[in-house]
Design a protein around this ligand. Structure first.
Ligand code: PNS
Length: 164
């Protein structure tokens, strides 16, 4: 049986930690669909269309990874895509409680879909989209933490905000 996994998130923006998980997951599953949440409660820095465009460009190196956006329940999207697995990245223990609750809720909603927890390389264990944005906003260097295109978009975005 071919295994399809969904890798959900806000990806505002994608970090090298996300890419590390995708690189590992791509070796475990036949297909991974990156599922970008369309309507997060939070106000994203990058509009959905831009996040989709960035993601598509950075995953183009892998033939078995594709990018889509979704709203509504994740399990409904996973079912619609024929996925058997949800991939969930775990960086630190602090991620666990939230991810644990979501996983149990998803299991209740759709017992036929399994969640697989994956850890990124130690080098990315502290990297989050939130911290990357904070550092970039305050003028810090995020080289190596995000793809080069994302680093320059962050720079441009915060320079434009400072100028307005
Ligand atoms: O990158 P994020 O913001 O931590 O990703 C959170 C995400 C998108 C995985 C989560 O918010 C989600 O699955 N939202 C879809 C709504 C849903 O299915 N909710 C019930 C599951 S608890």
């Amino acid at each position: 049986m071919k295994l399809t996994a969904v890798y959900p998130g806000t990806f505002d923006p994608i970090t090298n930690g996300h890419l590390d998980i995708l690189s590992r997951g791509g070796k475990m599953f036949d297909r991974i669909v990156v599922a970008i949440l369309r309507n997060p409660d939070k106000d994203p820095l990058f509009p959905l269309e831009e996040r989709v465009q960035i993601l598509k460009s950075v995953v183009s190196r892998w033939s078995n990874v594709s990018v889509e956006s979704f709203d509504g329940l994740l399990v409904d999207f996973a079912r619609y895509r024929g996925a058997q697995v949800i991939v969930c990245g775990l960086r630190a223990l602090s991620d666990f409680e939230y991810e644990f609750q979501m996983t149990l809720m998803n299991q209740r909603l759709e017992p036929g879909i399994q969640t697989v927890f994956m850890m990124p390389s130690e080098a990315y264990s502290y990297v989050s989209s939130r911290l990357v944005k904070e550092v970039a906003r305050l003028g810090g260097d995020v080289t190596g933490l995000v793809p080069p295109d994302v680093a320059s978009r962050l720079k441009q975005r915060f320079a434009a905000m400072a100028g307005s």
